[in-house]
Design a protein around this ligand. Structure first.
Ligand code: 26Q
Length: 799
């Protein structure tokens, strides 16, 4: 593909022309928001041809295509990444400067599409980006939510949720494609009846029909002219002229894609959620089969031309839905349809926590998706018939798709796919030995590991252009296409010149963040302090509370007249699910600590606590490059992988971690001297029986003293929350073993302090972390999926 050469002059002309076209005004006479819209339109125009050409090329080559089904995508702002991918950074920056405009300010005007909760949605988007960069024919399939994840504000330290109207300035990047709409059916009755040719036809009555309209977003590859597609479906009224809908019926339909559910690790069987799942899955499967039929004869070739990947169980109804389409609409036999379906489908699991595993009450499922339910019943029946003689009824019924009155989506996903993967080595091992143990026994060949990765284009080049430029200067630009080449940055170790340049950049990024914190929150922070960062969803298992205990410990030391070994700024970013009471109590506690500590004159510059509201991709881009310490402190065995650990490492933060998820692989990559690990191992945590938190509270005077501050009025503003948290730890026996890990965590923090004292060796460690992060590029992860699961072509193309 040919890259159109866009010069600065052309860009400036296009830009000015577009302002006039859109606003009949001069560029000096419009708002920053309008400037953003203009810039987005100009940039979008530069790759619309790539979108068409890419599609044509795949079609011409009759390439196998992968469809990545995910109920969430969290793309982050599009503008900066698209400009980088198109190779237009300098052109745009210089062009805008020439007009007296600030590229940085204009970028900030883009509303972030918050169409995901956290790691899972972000991973989906990093995969789309990396697939485009690697020339892999992969399309995203998801939901066009009208409102994304809520915006978070703090009022008196409490989280308040505000609707996220991400489309307030219109659609800059998505194209509505009404001609590609399809109808999705819910409810009513379904039965089979022979037609005049004797083939069984599905009949439906009293169904609720919903029209699915796609919005297509171009996903640009890095300097290669590729633009893949992310297709997000929106629910609308069907176009039936003779049908009249009541207001309530209209509401019910529009509601399907109105909001993103804000829970990330806690399963709630909500009817609307089931409808969301079937809605985007059915629309996706129908449009895929439609496109396939257009180009091919018969269905024998389907698995050679199509792969459908289900990102966690939320899209697992794709299995019975493809069966439905193949049997009811294309008249394939069960056996043929089943063989095809298994070859087409593959599944990634993202959690081990039983409370997050998706199950639907059978009654609700049957009523909402009657035909799909019949197919699941048949999958269940055949599974039992096949496996019972081999494994016995007891084992088989523990993992059959139907059981305990529920449809168990993870089991359905394994049974209906040819590949099942976990997202870090230890996570995959635990899947095999516990949650999916019996299915591993039955289908060992299906299981494999694919450790997560991150898109270094966004997390280094967009978020930290200063460091990316230093890398370019020191080791050349090869790492941009071959992230493994970051290894070359090991030359920085003990090279005073490079280290001091890196040190200067790190300090600059800390200053930028400090300016942001001061302007947004009015808190002044010491940029020479250790920036100790924990950014992720608020969840008990992630143990933000362990970090809070350490802050209280430091505060008590200062109040007792001691000086901290090194000044610290503790930085948090985290949203709590609105219904997750305990997580919200922890937010209130952290905000109370911040308020008290930041305003205590005894503390001064030594210690600050900053809980930045509204954590999301854009905020992560500001915080990550400024982090000295990356807190990855989940209880071992609970965090499937984690990906902020990788983003922080790539930017040179030192990881303080339990041996959980991908932390274990990060430790392997950098070596034990270049990471600080602590705490119980997976095996130890699992076998920690007879644990009595109250014994630790009674016998460890430091822990005792820390926990007492929660209830003795030290933090008077959160007495109720303090008491509840105290009780959860001491009285209700501390489910996530914080007290068991506390002293080891504190020793880890002490090690951080002593490492930080020697700035040269600290920067060495930082440089080693950057050098070893190439391994965690999602470019590699997606290649492994492509080769080992989907068997599709990788074509890196122009560079
Ligand atoms: C399910 C049902 C109802 C409402 C919401 C949900 C729901 C939504 C999102 C359940 C789970 C999620 C997201 C989970 C998630 O982000 N998991 C994380 O996935 C990352 C990518 O693999 C891992 O790195 C993290 O360890 C894992 O926690």
């Amino acid at each position: 593909m040919i890259l159109v050469k866009i010069t600065e002059k052309k860009f400036v002309t296009d830009f000015k022309q577009k302002v006039t076209e859109m606003y009949t005004a001069d560029y000096t006479d419009v708002s920053t928001d309008q400037l953003y819209q203009v810039l987005a339109a100009v940039v979008h125009n530069y790759f619309v041809n790539d979108q068409q050409e890419t599609r044509l090329k795949y079609k011409k080559e009759d390439r196998k295509q992968v469809f990545y089904f995910s109920i969430e995508f969290l793309p982050g702002r599009f503008l900066g990444l698209n400009i980088l991918n198109l190779g237009l950074n300098e052109v745009v920056e210089n062009g805008l400067t020439r007009l007296g405009l600030s590229y940085r300010q204009i970028k900030e005007a883009e509303p972030e599409p918050g169409l995901g909760n956290g790691g899972l949605g972000r991973l989906g988007s990093d995969f789309l980006d990396s697939a485009a960069a690697q020339g892999i024919a992969l399309q995203g399939n998801g939901i066009h939510y009208r409102y994304g994840l809520f915006d978070q504000k703090f009022v008196n330290g409490y989280q308040v949720e505000i609707p996220d109207d991400w489309l307030r300035s219109g659609e800059q990047w998505g194209a509505r494609r009404e001609n590609r709409a399809c109808v999705v059916r819910f409810g009513g009755n379904a039965w089979l009846q022979p037609d005049s040719l004797g083939r069984l036809r599905a009949n439906y009555e009293n169904t609720q029909d919903v029209m699915a309209v796609p919005y297509d977003y171009g996903i640009t590859g890095y300097h290669n002219g590729v633009a893949n597609r992310m297709r997000l479906w929106s629910a609308e009224l069907p176009n039936e002229k003779d049908k009249i809908y009541t207001l309530a019926q209209k509401e019910e339909i529009n509601q399907i894609t109105e909001i993103l559910y804000p829970d990330d690790s806690n399963w709630e069987g909500q009817l609307l959620r089931l409808k969301q799942e079937y809605f985007f899955v059915s629309a996706g499967v129908q449009s895929i089969v439609r496109a396939y039929r257009h180009l091919h004869q018969g269905f024998g070739q389907l698995p050679e031309k199509i792969a459908i990947h289900i990102n966690d169980t939320h899209p697992a109804v794709a299995i019975p839905e493809l069966m439905r389409v193949l049997m009811d609409e294309e008249f394939l036999s069960w056996n043929r349809a089943w063989n095809i379906t298994k070859k087409v489908m593959s599944y990634t699991n993202h959690t081990l926590m039983s409370e997050a595993l998706e199950t639907w009450p059978e009654g609700m499922f049957a009523e909402t998706l009657p035909r799909i339910y019949q197919i699941v019943q048949e999958i269940d029946r055949r599974f039992r018939v096949e496996m019972t003689p081999l494994y016995g009824e007891n084992l088989v019924s523990t993992v059959a798709p139907l059981g305990d009155g529920k449809v168990r989506m993870a089991y359905l996903a394994v049974i209906g796919s040819h590949s099942v993967n976990g997202v870090a080595k230890v996570h995959t091992e635990l899947l095999e030995s516990s949650v999916l143990g019996p299915l591993y026994k039955m289908y060992p060949e299906r299981f494999n590991n694919k450790t997560n990765g991150i898109n270094l284009k966004r997390w280094l080049q967009v978020a930290n252009p200063e460091l990316a430029t230093l890398l370019d200067k020191t080791i050349g630009t090869g790492w941009q296409h071959h992230p493994d080449e970051l290894q070359k940055f090991m030359v920085a170790v003990n090279d005073q010149k490079v280290l001091s340049q890196m040190g200067a950049i790190r300090h600059e990024k800390k200053k930028q963040l400090a300016t942001f914190i001061e302007s947004e929150m009015g808190i002044k922070v010491n940029t020479h302090a250790i920036f100790d960062v924990q950014i992720k969803r608020l969840h008990a298992y992630k143990r933000q509370l362990l970090h809070a205990m350490y802050i209280i410990d430091e505060y008590l030391q200062i109040k007792a007249g001691q000086k901290l070994a090194a000044p610290r700024v503790h930085i948090f970013g985290a949203k709590a699910a609105p219904s997750y009471h305990y997580a919200k109590q922890i937010i209130k506690l952290l905000n109370t600590l911040a308020e008290k500590i930041n305003n205590d004159p005894d503390v001064g510059d030594q210690l600050k606590v900053v809980f930045i509201p509204n954590y999301g991709v854009s905020l992560a881009e500001k915080v990550i490059p400024a982090a000295d310490v990356s807190e990855q402190i989940s209880l071992a065995g609970k965090e499937a992988s984690g990906t902020s650990n990788m983003k922080l490492m790539a930017n040179g933060a030192v990881t303080l971690a339990t041996m959980d998820g991908a932390n274990i692989e990060i430790a392997d990559a950098v070596g034990q001297e270049n990471i600080v690990t602590f705490g119980l191992s997976v095996a130890e945590a699992e076998n920690y029986q007879n644990y009595r938190a109250s014994d630790i509270y009674d016998s460890d005077p430091e822990i005792h003293r820390i926990l007492d501050t929660l209830i003795d009025g030290t933090f008077a503003d959160c007495q109720t929350e303090g008491q509840a948290i105290f009780d959860s730890l001491v009285k209700y026996n501390d489910q996530y073993l914080l007290l068991a890990d506390y002293q080891s965590y504190k020793a880890g923090q002490a090690r951080i302090d002593s490492l930080y004292q020697d700035r040269d060796s600290w920067y060495n460690i930082a440089a080693i972390n950057v050098s070893q992060s190439g391994k965690f590029s999602s470019d590699y992860t997606i290649e492994r999926y492509a080769e080992e699961i989907w068997q599709v072509k990788i074509e890196q193309g122009a560079q």
